[in-house]
Design a protein around this ligand. Structure first.
Ligand code: ZN
Length: 336
């Protein structure tokens, strides 16, 4: 058996290579390169608190041939795979702020995508507030946290054999996410979509905190990131089809005014949604204390006393489809 045949065998006989083969096998909604309708999947609707039901913050937008992640907290990447998508198909990642529950799976996204992609896919395009560029360098640069791992995969013969079996051609490139730091007022233009960046009211001045709005011909989606009630959110979300708003706790139970200013609650969110004139309000970033029978219904009921649009209690893997500027489908987040 020559070397090429041996590596070909390796590609289907080792667990790592079998996983690589699985990764490349077309599955789920990403299996074709056909343009897709605008959909958003809630990957993580939880908080920093550990939970099996709710992973930390993450959202996945399918638009045209792009697959865009908004925030990628711990567990969000697992949900992305559960949703039937492939790591290698993610084209863009946006971060609203660098609290760990919004960005801890950044490393997993970049490294798995790079490893499985075997230099055959474009570098990930990444957007977020400073110090995102420094964080990226400190994670993936030569002297970064993953520097020794990356060097081993780029230089050790065994890793290169797997890389070449996946279709890569040596010399192997290092992961090189294309980072653009953004601020309130920034606009990112994509293929058939536009993201407008707004100000979120959260934990300034320690972290720059942003909100995002995507507009496309199919409709518009606004995501507050983490934010308390803010005129800037009303302005950014004006008239949008879906507003995904942090709904951290039950109104009135906040320990201090500073907490209320930094974290969304349901009665303030009802007013924000009404003032912004959005059509659908999706509640997310939900603490376990409010994620309970009776309390859920009370929160939705109280919001509906103020806001006459649709109110959705977010859950991991829930998928909302938009066409003709209306929510055309809501698939519940059922998992095996
Ligand atoms: Zn936060």
């Amino acid at each position: 058996m020559n070397r090429r045949e041996f590596i070909g065998t390796l590609a289907v006989s080792t667990p790592a290579a079998a996983a690589a083969a699985d990764e490349q096998r077309p599955t789920g909604p990403s299996a074709t390169s056909e343009p897709r309708p605008l959909t958003i999947t809630l990957l993580g609707t939880g908080t920093p608190a550990p939970s099996m039901e709710r992973q930390s913050s993450g959202y996945l937008i399918e638009i045209g041939t792009d697959l865009i992640v908004w925030d990628h907290g711990p567990g969000a990447h697992h949900r992305l795979i559960e949703s039937g998508h492939r790591t290698v198909d993610v084209t863009h990642a946006f971060f609203t702020h660098l609290h760990y529950d919004h960005c801890m799976d950044y490393g997993r996204l970049v490294l798995q995508r790079w490893d499985q992609g075997a230099d055959r896919i474009p570098d990930l395009q990444v957007y977020g507030p400073p110090p995102l560029a420094r964080m990226t360098e400190q994670l993936f640069g030569p002297d970064g946290v993953y520097g020794p791992d990356i060097r081993a995969r780029v230089e050790h013969r065994s890793s290169l054999d797997v890389f070449e079996a996946r279709g890569g051609k040596s010399p192997r490139k290092r992961p090189a996410p294309r980072v653009t730091e953004i601020h309130a007022g920034s606009i990112v233009q994509g293929n058939g979509w536009k993201v407008t960046v707004g100000h979120a009211q959260h934990v300034q001045p320690y972290l720059e905190c942003l909100a995002l709005r995507l507009d496309a011909k199919e409709g518009s989606i606004c995501y507050t990131g983490d934010s308390g009630p803010s005129d800037t959110i009303v302005e950014l979300a004006k008239g949008c089809d879906i507003l995904i708003h942090m709904n951290h706790y039950f109104s009135g139970t906040e320990p201090t005014p500073a907490y209320r200013a930094a974290c969304g609650n349901h009665r303030d969110n009802a007013i924000i949604a009404k003032r912004a004139g959005v059509k659908t309000l999706v509640l997310t970033h939900l603490l376990a204390q409010i994620d309970q029978p009776g309390i859920r219904e009370q929160i939705v009921h109280e919001i509906q006393q103020v806001f006459d649009g649709k109110v959705v209690w977010g859950e991991d893997l829930m998928r909302l489809g938009l066409s003709g500027s209306r929510v055309s489908t809501i698939e519940p987040g059922q998992r095996d």
